[in-house]
Design a protein around this ligand. Structure first.
Ligand code: FAD
Length: 405
């Protein structure tokens, strides 16, 4: 009965395997000054108007090259949510995390590129990130956004099965070569690659590329990971199906589980175009599928590798408990957790302290490149129902424990 309850609810467990309320462990890596600065920043982000103003001001300030804007961004929101402006610059953040048993997933935050030169330069940067990861035992994985390696309109066209022009065919081949170069180099250097999931109108194109890469590079270990967005109706079944196919074809399925980041946009586009939304109707449905996905991955840990990529306390605790209940080695490379850099430290550092494999997604890139990412983080944290309340609550708890508030 207990396990059924766990599958379908978000009730907290009274006897946790890992205690996410331990603020001392969660913020052990922050000095008093850093903790105060984090509290100040999260309080600022609580103000939706300020976030709105800051977003416009930041975007334009950087575009117009106003001299004081980048330094302000760098010292505040950039420092909270990004590792650095380039790979070298991110090393301190990576080393700092590693001192607290937390690994890094390097995430080059390039978005909206479309010229061949830009796309090739993103691809080259990802190969450099893989090479850096290979030289750092603290960086097991590099994340890849396929939309940063190809023109999105082309990916949508490929998905809609419309015939491509000769130029488009050449561009699509170039995308395939870029992905193969990245995954091939990663396999050679034994670094993992998480391929992020994106909008449904380009996701089938991404899926097909990922299946091909997994079949090619996951024969003896999971190098390439597919991302499953469990806010979609069809993705839980897809995990089951993909695992079966991987077993039949003799490779290890890599599965990163997320709830999904594009809910509003997906619903809007479906509505505008008159097709049924691919997204679950309620948060409960999404939670149920996410937790069932976690259960399936942990129960099949011997033949598939997975990552529970979430800030949801229940789902994180659920995976930790399943691992403990099944008596599986917590450090087995097939069982992982991940949160974004600068967020949900109460999950990350308590998991690390309890001996689980946990990594932060560490975005990096020049300030003008990461601005859209930073705006999304700020907006997410400013919503009343969002992460904000929880983040600030944990920070304030630790401030009180240290006598700072
Ligand atoms: C390490 C990491 C990597 C990530 N990589 C990706 C990625 O590759 N692709 C991607 O799309 N996202 C990615 N995300 C973002 C992720 O999909 C979520 O948007 C985000 O983490 C919030 O969900 P949650 O599980 O953390 O927490 P929660 O706060 O528990 O869940 C919020 C999520 O629930 C879903 N939801 C909310 N309301 C409803 C509703 N009414 N009906 C149905 N569903 C609802 C939405 O997906 C929403 O984002 C990543 C997140 C992390 C931490």
């Amino acid at each position: 009965m207990e396990s059924i309850k766990k599958e379908v609810t978000n009730d907290p467990d009274p006897n946790p395997v890992v205690d996410f309320n331990n603020s001392e462990i969660a913020f052990n890596n922050k000095s008093d000054k850093e903790l105060k600065k984090t509290a100040w920043l999260f309080k600022m982000m609580k103000n939706a108007r300020l976030v709105q103003f800051g977003s416009v001001f930041g975007l334009w300030g950087v575009k117009l090259n106003l001299p004081f804007v980048k330094p302000i961004i760098r010292k505040t929101i950039f420092k909270q949510f990004c590792g650095g402006e380039n790979l070298m610059d991110s090393q301190d953040a990576i080393d700092h995390l590693y001192r607290y048993n937390t690994l890094t997933i390097l995430d080059f935050a390039a978005e909206g590129k479309s010229t061949e030169e830009e796309l090739n330069s993103v691809s080259e940067e990802l190969v450099r990130a893989i090479e850096m990861a290979a030289a750092n035992e603290s960086v097991p994985v590099v994340s890849v956004k396929v939309s940063a390696l190809a023109d999105n309109a082309l990916m949508a066209k490929v998905q809609s099965n419309v015939s491509l022009t000769t130029g488009e065919e050449r561009d699509f081949e170039a995308l395939k070569t870029r992905i193969d170069t990245i995954c091939g180099r990663a396999a050679e250097l034994e670094v993992g690659v998480f391929i992020d999931a994106e909008e449904s109108w380009i996701q089938i194109t991404i899926d097909n590329l990922v299946y091909e890469m997994m079949e090619k590079y996951n024969k003896s270990k999971a190098t390439v990971y597919q991302t499953y967005q469990l806010y979609r109706h069809d993705k839980l079944e897809e995990i089951y199906r993909d695992h079966k196919v991987a077993l039949e074809k003799g490779y290890i399925l890599g599965a990163k589980l997320v709830r999904g980041a594009y809910m509003e946009k997906e619903r809007e586009v479906a509505h505008e175009n008159g097709y049924p939304s691919p997204i679950h109707e309620t948060k409960e449905d999404t939670d149920r599928d996410f937790n069932l996905g976690i259960k399936y991955c942990v129960e099949n840990w011997e033949t598939m590798a997975s990552c529970c990529a979430t800030h949801n306390v229940y789902s994180t605790q659920y995976q930790a408990e399943l691992i403990a209940e099944m008596g599986i080695d917590r450090t087995h490379p097939h069982l992982n957790f991940s949160q974004l850099f600068g967020m949900s430290d109460f999950l990350t550092f308590n998991l690390a302290d309890a001996g689980f494999n946990v990594a932060k997604y560490v975005p990096y890139g020049p300030v003008d490149v990461v601005i859209p990412y930073l705006i999304r983080r700020a907006q997410e944290n400013s919503s009343v129902t969002g992460e904000m309340g929880r983040e600030l609550e944990h920070v304030m708890k630790e401030m009180k424990r240290r006598g700072l508030a």
